[in-house]
Ligand binder design. Sequence first.
Ligand SMILES: *[C@@H]1O[C@H](CO)[C@@H](O)[C@H](O)[C@H]1NC(C)=O
Ligand SMILES: *[C@@H]1O[C@H](CO)[C@@H](O)[C@H](O)[C@H]1NC(C)=O
Ligand SMILES: *[C@@H]1O[C@H](CO)[C@@H](O)[C@H](O)[C@H]1NC(C)=O
Length: 485
Amino acid sequence: MSMAKDRSSIFSFQYFCYVVVILSICSIILSLSWSHCCSQCHSPYQALVQKQNLPINLLSYPFAWNHLVFSSEPPSKLLKIALFVRKWPHKSRAGGLERHALTLHLGLAKRGHDLHVFTTYTDSSSTNYSFNNLHFHFSKPSPAGYLDQASVWKQFQAENSSGKPFDVVHTESVGLRHTRSRYVSNLAVTWHGIAYETFHSDIIQELLRTPQEPQTKALTERPVKVVEEVKFFPNYAHHVATSDHAGDILKRVYMIPEERVHIILNGVDEQVFRSDVSKGNEFKKRYGIPGTKSLVIGLAGRLVKDKGHPLMFEALKQIIAENSSFQESSMVVVAGDGPWGARYGDLGANMLVLGPLEQAELACFYNAIDIFVNPTLRAQGLDHTLLEAMLSGKPVMATRLASIAGSVVVGNEMGYTFSPTVSDLKRAIYELWISGRDVLNKKGQVAMQRGLQLFTATKMVAAYERLFLCISGSMHENHFCEYQP
Ligand SMILES: *[C@@H]1O[C@H](CO)[C@@H](O)[C@H](O)[C@H]1NC(C)=O
Ligand SMILES: *[C@@H]1O[C@H](CO)[C@@H](O)[C@H](O)[C@H]1NC(C)=O
Ligand SMILES: *[C@@H]1O[C@H](CO)[C@@H](O)[C@H](O)[C@H]1NC(C)=O
């Protein structure tokens, strides 16, 4: 009896040793191969699939479609597409969801698809385009400012039964509500923030709350919102997540079948946002940024609380107070609008507050800085400013939110991430300051490679076009749903 016991423990000890040896060999092999494969290969699985040249069923492809390569040839089939979006923005002045709607659908119209936009009234200069395959169907908003579902559905039905029916329907978030979307099978919804992600922002805001501020209701109400979403999301046939993290939540927490969840990361116009050293130098001259500054930090966007500006303000204030050489050697350039603009201006002589910039000027701004910092506390959607900075060849530093750390700043070779606390943000600013311009330039090159591979508007448009082609037909013998590496 005891013999047997001893033998079995000897055996299991030997077995344990074998496992340890095998595991360490594996990890050495893995780390060697990982150091070669950098940002191109997303995971061992993806590398395997692509190496073996096996066709991929796109609908169940588990990674961002941005990693795939789509032909730039004109589409072999033109689609009639309906878009539901609450508001169509003015050219170049939009962020977030509206910006996504604009970039994507103008791109699809440019490729020849017949676009019908169902949206609320806007001024005519915002919808003055030269395409004749881009049509607007305006309606009066509901009292809460949403699309009036009864009106837009009537407009949609009328257009659907006149001439050609729609091949595919796209809704930006709940533009088309689930009460109607349930009747459409060739439909995709793009989510720019789901309640489960927003919960992280609620937690951060609560931790940063001063004793004078009241606790927000959001913190306690959010879980109820998550449950509501889990219940109504299945009424949308296909879901597009704008980050890897959101895709995971939709599949795992919201329990939507994986062949109905697709990840397509946001893209920005690579013709506008690109590396151009001379534009950067001209920008520096125009705004009097001295060449003696060894570090130029850029901030842009809405200068409001939920974009993390109180945090950034406090971190800079403390660094300026404790280290005089920071003021002398660096410059912080702030582009954007909001209450924190004036406060930054009062911080010190190395702060340059410019107010909001037009898109072309913003492109020059990115070229003039050494690093772009985005201290956002909003965990939802995928921030466009980070992508613009990367396409301009600049490293980025951002809050360690799951969407950013999982899809954008995936490693320190392209930038920095920090936890949303003053002390960790300070640590990160000191770190990048000490790294210096050469290191930042190198990271900027890596950031640009990643940006050009994943975050161009062309890539985003191509991925959506392919998804729409795939879900517009019968999905079984539809060759658009198959991808040949
Ligand atoms: C639309 O654009 C054209 C040319 O760009 C311009 O001549 C026209 O005045 C614009 N119309 C409106 C309503 O803004
Ligand atoms: C649009 O029209 C087609 C063809 O008549 C029809 O099969 C389809 O159900 C219509 N879509 C909706 C959502 O009513
Ligand atoms: C300021 O920071 C620089 C760079 O990290 C460091 O060399 C210097 O000692 C610091 N000075 C003070 C007063 O903390």
